[in-house]
Design a protein around this ligand. Structure first.
Ligand code: CA
Length: 235
């Protein structure tokens, strides 16, 4: 769609001081961002999970669940782990900043901040990710809800991370790369353990069985081609 050229980014503000929220909203909207806000960590976390915004401005000093806890919870949940987070911090809270960045926050801005600086940071973080997505495209293998992220060595089924052994991961990526094509057990073994390693071709059946089980109802995408081997059919 042509509209994606000028995609409006959605920004969630998690901030307990209404005055700051108002100023942020006013400036963000002036720069054509769509905004929403939450006044507590709990409400912010719920809103993030519900709306999956493009970026979150997260105040660290919040009553109840503080910003670091919010950040930790966001990163623990596969649905929200990749959301962009810019922390809003007070002067003299560098230790919190370090913790936040370790937890996976993308950047931070120290209060009181200038609007110009904040806008520049937001732009930079959004641009970094768009660039990463373009570059990373060939690192993703997909079929329906099955996603293999080769750069992260991670397999997902919808939002659930699949715990695959190294052999299972190699096997699935090999099959996904060439969907529809049949491979013999020996070819698959070469792909999984490397050529010249002495294991019986039947070992591949064990890997396939385990993989099918982990893929649940999508296990049937790995089709047994009788007398030949296996192929992957689009999920
Ligand atoms: Ca605060």
């Amino acid at each position: 769609m042509a509209a994606t050229m000028n995609k409006t980014h959605r920004i969630l503000i998690i901030e307990d001081e209404p005055d700051i929220t108002e100023v942020l909203k006013y400036n963000l909207e002036k720069h054509h961002y769509q905004t929403s806000s939450a006044g507590t960590g709990e409400a912010g976390l719920a809103a993030a999970r519900e709306t999956l915004p493009d970026l979150i401005l997260l105040d660290l000093m919040l009553p109840g669940m503080d910003g670091l806890q919010v950040c930790r919870k966001l990163r623990e949940d596969p649905r929200t782990r990749d959301l962009l987070v810019i922390m809003l911090t007070a002067k003299g809270t560098e230790a919190d900043v370090v913790v936040g960045l370790t937890l996976g926050a993308d950047d931070y801005v120290v209060k009181p901040f200038s609007t110009t600086e904040l806008m520049a940071r937001i732009k930079a973080v959004l641009r970094r990710v768009e660039h990463r997505e373009e570059e990373g495209e060939q690192d993703l293998l997909k079929s329906g809800p099955i996603v293999l992220d080769l750069s992260k060595h991670q397999a997902r089924l919808d939002d659930t991370i699949l715990e695959l052994t190294l052999s299972e991961f190699k096997l699935l990526s090999f099959l996904l790369r060439k969907k529809g094509r049949v491979f013999t057990r020996d070819q698959l073994l070469d792909a999984v353990v490397g050529p010249g390693v002495f294991v019986t071709a039947r070992n591949i059946d064990v890997h396939v069985a385990a993989l099918r089980k982990k893929l649940g109802k999508y296990g049937s995408c790995i089709v047994t081609v009788r007398g030949v081997g296996y192929r992957f059919e689009e999920a």
